[in-house]
Structure formats: structure tokens, C-alpha cells
Design a binder for this molecule. Structure first.
Ligand code: CMP
Length: 139
């Protein structure tokens, strides 16, 4: 069934000039853009977004990185969006990411891995509403 996912093009990919290519691939892969924004997280906002990881050893590194430069945040819609988008972006660690996936092509490292994709419908809603109001969603 058609559902939605939330994504961010992370600071490494933006800095490295991959935004255009990544958005092009997302659109060509059939994801409908429901909302899109260019923004930069403060350290505090990154901590809020990644609150579920606050007890992880990489939390400090993760939130420093995610607040280190501008990102693109988006809500996307497609048939089976959560699962298909996670396959499309590839494994968390680019070393393990499938050939042709976004992380294989553009990620720097496990921590600086170019792109985010929600892991469930519930988290897609929570994450999307962290960045967008209902009025910013185009049906
Ligand atoms: P993402 O799935 O977007 O959200 C959690 C992020 O934590 C994940 O991407 C990785 O970039 C990051 N992450 C996971 N494991 C590690 C790790 N061992 N060291 C640094 N960052 C990590």
C-alpha cells in the first residue's frame, strides 16, 4: 500500500555537492515529494530528533555531525515507502550498502552516511512532524 517516509540528505552529502543527484534519483525512483526543506539543525534540535539514540555511544558524534552543516529534509510517498526507501538508500554502513544504492554511491562513513530513511510508519510520522507542519504537506 502507499505510505510515507521521511528522509534527510545529511551534511556530508550536501557539503560534497550530491544534493541534486540524490534528489534526481529519488524522484526518478518514483517517490512523490510531499514536503521539502533546506535547513540547518542546531545541536539541541539534532539531540531532539535523535532522542531515541541518546543512550548510544555514538550519540555525541551523531548530533555534532547532524548539526555541522545544512541538510535537506523531505517527506516522500510511494507504494511500500518505508521498506522500499531503505533498500534504495542501502545499509547504514556504506561498506555493507548494495551496489548502486545512495549510501554506496555517496556516503562517507558509518557516521557520515549521506542520507536518512525512517524505519517504521510510526517514526516517519514523528520525524516528518519534527520538520513540517500539516500546511507544508502537498497532497
Ligand atoms: P540513521 O539511520 O539516519 O540514524 C541513526 C544514525 O546513527 C545512523 O543513520 C548512523 O549514521 C549513525 N550511526 C549508527 N551507528 C553508528 C556508529 N557506530 N557510529 C557513529 N554513527 C553511527
Amino acid at each position: 500500500r502507499t505510505n510515507r517516509t521521511f528522509t534527510m540528505i545529511k551534511p556530508d552529502a550536501v557539503k560534497n555537492g550530491y544534493t541534486g543527484e540524490i534528489l534526481d534519483k529519488i524522484i526518478k525512483a518514483g517517490y512523490k515529494v510531499i514536503a521539502l526543506k533546506y535547513t540547518k539543525l542546531t545541536k539541541q534540535e539534532a539531540e531532539g530528533f535523535y532522542a531515541v539514540h541518546s543512550d548510544k555511544p555514538f550519540f555525541e558524534e551523531l548530533t555534532n555531525f547532524m548539526s555541522s552543516g545544512p541538510i535537506y529534509a523531505a517527506i516522500l510517498e510511494k507504494e511500500d515507502a518505508i521498506k522500499s526507501f531503505r533498500a534504495f538508500i542501502g545499509a547504514t554502513n556504506p561498506v555493507d550498502a548494495a551496489e548502486g544504492s545512495i549510501r554506496k554511491l555517496y556516503a562517507t562513513s558509518l557516521g557520515e552516511n549521506a542520507i536518512h530513511g525512517s524505519d517504521s510508519d510510526e517514526n516517519a510520522l514523528i520525524e516528518g512532524s519534527y520538520f513540517f507542519s500539516k500546511l507544508e504537506e502537498v497532497e
